[in-house]
Design a protein around this ligand. Structure first.
Ligand SMILES: Cc1ncc(COP(=O)(O)O)c(C=O)c1O
Length: 362
């Protein structure tokens, strides 16, 4: 396997434990959790495994600044800011959408971590977020992203910096290697604990986490099947893109195995009403996990992933008496954002007792 320079921002191996109360409550498959929400800096999350390779590459090649982009509450942006801070790089996070009046969630953390945050006002391009936008809108959007990036790069280069561009979600052949490694980590931990799992479940957003696990399971001949739960509706192009980028990882590291369409098992059983839109079913799953296990999930990613997983166990798609491990990929700051707090208000902020001190009752 080819050796590359990588940094160590993630605290590994992440812990694994059984979700006993929820497993007992459902009474079907045994559910284990791998805590990639506890990878350490910047509150942790899956992206640090990718960033160990990506930031390593940026440092190795003499860059001074990293630039990445994503939704306004991008977790990848926050963890890029954290890893950049730890290794002395400057960081810029470009967010899709207008600047909100108030900071919230990841935006607060990005700024605390010392990163610049830039917004792209897409009022006239809103259609790009539709399920099937017209090609012209997609082209205009891509040109606008490119122009914005170039403006930011020019600004930094004028100060003598060199800017390394990280695609959304850290979806690069190097980054994906972080989740190839994760398969070996899980197999070693399972061997040590004498634990057998039949399925490994993970969320699928930009695809690198799922692609890396698929490739890793082939490379290491893993004795479990890797299942993905889509965070947003995906089409054929998305799967082809994951295959293409993941197989570049294989070429880059001389792994000698490739992934193909037949390897994919993706479910879309918990999409809610749309990407990062508050929805009651997701919140019910979040409250259920929190109140049974003390584990917090977020409304954009992990709430949906766990909701999807519980459905697969309950309806026996994951067969009774089998063992399944779910990777908690982080994303917790998404809880503290206006739309989700508003949605939770009527569910969690009624029936609250307040005891008032009165002198006359003394
Ligand atoms: C908390 C969380 N979980 C899962 C994912 C999906 O990971 P990937 O983009 O590698 O598919 C993301 C992506 O941003 C995330 O932030």
């Amino acid at each position: 396997m080819k050796k590359v320079f990588k940094v160590r921002s993630a605290l590994l191996p992440t812990p694994i434990h059984k979700m006993k109360r929820i497993s007992d409550e459902i009474g079907k498959a045994s559910i284990y959790i791998k805590r990639d929400d506890l990878t350490g800096i910047g509150i942790g999350g899956n992206k640090l495994r990718k960033l160990d390779y990506i930031i390593g590459d940026a440092i190795d090649k003499g860059y001074t600044t990293v630039l990445t982009s994503g939704g306004r509450q991008t977790n990848h942006g926050r963890l890029t800011a954290a890893a950049a801070a730890k290794f002395g790089l400057k960081c810029v996070v470009i967010c899709n959408g207008p600047k909100p009046e108030k900071m919230s969630g990841n935006l607060v953390l990005n700024r605390m971590l010392g990163s610049e945050v830039v917004f792209m006002d897409l009022k006239e391009l809103e259609q790009v977020f539709d399920v099937d936008p017209p090609q012209q809108i997609i082209d205009d959007y891509q040109n606008f992203v490119e122009q914005t990036q170039q403006k930011v790069i020019k600004k930094y280069e004028a100060q003598g910096d060199r800017v390394y561009v990280i695609p959304m979600g850290g979806h690069t052949p190097l980054g994906i290697m972080g989740y190839v490694d994760c398969v070996k980590e899980i197999m070693d931990q399972n061997a040590e604990a004498n634990r057998k799992i039949d399925y490994l479940v993970v969320g699928n957003g930009s695809g690198g986490t799922y692609g890396g696990l698929l490739l890793g399971s082939k490379f290491y001949n893993a004795p479990f099947k890797v299942i993905g739960i889509n965070i947003a509706g995906k089409d054929e192009r998305a799967t082809e893109d994951i295959i293409e980028v993941t197989n570049k990882t294989s070429d880059l590291f001389n792994l000698g195995v490739k992934i193909a369409k037949e390897d994919f098992t993706l479910y879309e059983n918990s999409l809610g009403v749309g990407y990062n839109q508050p929805d009651e079913e997701t919140r019910r799953a979040m409250y259920r996990i929190a109140s049974r296990e003390g584990i917090l999930t977020d409304p954009c990613y992990t709430g949906k992933i766990f909701n999807g997983l519980l459905k697969l166990v309950e309806n026996e798609t994951i067969e009774k008496d089998k063992s399944v491990m779910v990777i908690h990929t982080g994303g917790i700051p998404g809880i503290w954002t206006e739309e989700h707090l508003d949605a939770m208000h009527s569910e969690l902020w009624t029936d609250i007792d307040v005891y008032e001190f009165r002198k006359e009752d003394k």
